[in-house]
Design a protein around this ligand. Structure first.
Ligand SMILES: NC(=O)C1=CN([C@@H]2O[C@H](COP(=O)(O)OP(=O)(O)OC[C@H]3O[C@@H](n4cnc5c(N)ncnc54)[C@H](O)[C@@H]3O)[C@@H](O)[C@H]2O)C=CC1
Ligand SMILES: O=C([O-])CC(=O)C(=O)O
Length: 328
């Protein structure tokens, strides 16, 4: 018997990430090739944006995706999020050259207060929320705090693009395929302070740390390359990453919904105090996922260098949080 359709809300649906994301959700790459979806698409209530959204919907229609069970255009979060099972909060201003993601806080924070409140009122009580719009961790924190009747664990921020970037850099350095790399993670904020960590990673059971054995490369090449990759894309393309961001959103939601088969993945999740990260800070952590739930990988050793990096990214997140306290 075919499965009951699930509702997937996507904001910023006519933007560049939206264009790289929707077709893959509708084709079953996110929730499985047997899972029908109803897309509830939100754009700003502006004639041009709504018209562009209609155009994207015409293209979705023209794909004749068997799993696309319905599709709606919205200009209001209160209708877009009605009964939604999944919410991908992409819609927000992107940065341009010379900006840091946190420079977007003043422009974007209000979006996530309003959308958190709307989710609180109308979404499924089990809604899985992924915040992509930057600064993603703090926006996810704002949305979570604005939705007090929903479980905190339902709110997550996207660190998966950083995780995937780190995988590719380690694959290039070791000459091994990305798929062979296990137990890699990225701690902290989706910003240049993030700490991509291959100390626990293995390839075919062998420790990556020993294969690389080059702390100078780790500190001066690997970490800056992964941490500043977003800016490098903006510099090269004149626009921020879109297809790779959409791909990471698909990976994040797919693993959350369908499980990671015991593998580590990185998700930005609200801390419960583990690793000395204060409760509620939306922090990138290693997790495994199963049966629609994520579970933090606990008990990892944090050496002095790692602690210093974790402290730095935590400090930045706490400053961002303090900067939005007046909205909550
Ligand atoms: N977390 C991550 O790893 C990444 C995050 N991003 C962020 O994702 C966001 C979107 O990026 P793009 O798609 O490239 O931007 P874009 O400018 O192409 O599209 C954003 C869309 O969101 C819409 N929008 C703005 N406010 C909205 C609201 N309140 N409700 C619904 N829709 C709204 C806009 O009308 C626009 O169509 C940016 O903040 C960007 O910095 C981008 C790449 C990676
Ligand atoms: O860098 C940006 O502004 C877009 C983004 O978050 C990324 O590519 O990681």
């Amino acid at each position: 018997m075919s499965k009951k359709p699930v509702r997937v809300a996507v904001t910023g649906a006519a933007g560049q990430i939206g264009y790289a994301l929707l077709f893959r959700i509708a084709s079953g790459e996110m929730l499985g090739k047997d899972q029908p979806v109803i897309l509830q698409l939100l754009e700003i209530p502006d004639e041009k944006a709504q018209k562009a959204l209609k155009g994207v919907m015409m293209e979705l229609e023209d794909c004749a995706f068997p799993l696309l069970a319905g599709m709606e255009a919205h200009g209001d979060a209160m209708t877009a999020f009605k009964d939604t099972d999944y919410a991908l909060l992409v819609g927000a201003r992107p940065r341009g050259p010379g900006m840091e993601r946190k420079d977007l806080l003043s422009a974007n924070a209000a979006i996530f207060t309003a959308q958190g409140k709307a989710l609180d009122k109308v979404a499924s009580r089990n809604v899985k929320v992924l915040v992509v719009g930057n600064p993603a961790n703090t926006n996810a924190y704002i949305a979570m705090k604005s939705a007090p009747s929903l479980p905190r664990k339902n709110f997550t921020a996207m660190l998966r693009l950083d995780h995937n970037r780190a995988l590719s850099q380690v694959a290039a350095k070791t000459g091994k395929p990305v798929a062979a790399i296990k137990k890699l993670t990225v701690w902290g904020n989706h910003s240049p302070t993030m700490y991509a960590d291959y100390r626990f990673a293995t390839i075919d059971g062998q420790p990556v740390k020993d294969m690389i054995n080059d702390q100078e490369w780790n500190k001066n090449t690997f970490l800056p390359t992964v941490g500043k990759r977003g800016a490098a894309i903006i510099e090269a393309r004149g626009l921020s990453s879109a297809a790779s961001a959409a791909n990471a959103a698909i990976d994040h939601m797919r693993d959350w919904a369908l499980g990671s088969n015991g593998e580590w993945v990185t998700m930005g999740i609200p801390s419960d105090g583990q690793y000395g990260i204060p409760k509620d800070v939306m922090f990138g952590f290693p997790v495994t996922t199963q049966n629609g739930e994520y579970k933090l990988v606990e008990g990892l050793e944090i050496d002095a260098f790692s602690q210093e990096r974790i402290n730095l990214t935590l400090k930045e997140l706490q400053e961002e949080q303090a900067g939005v306290a007046h909205l909550l």
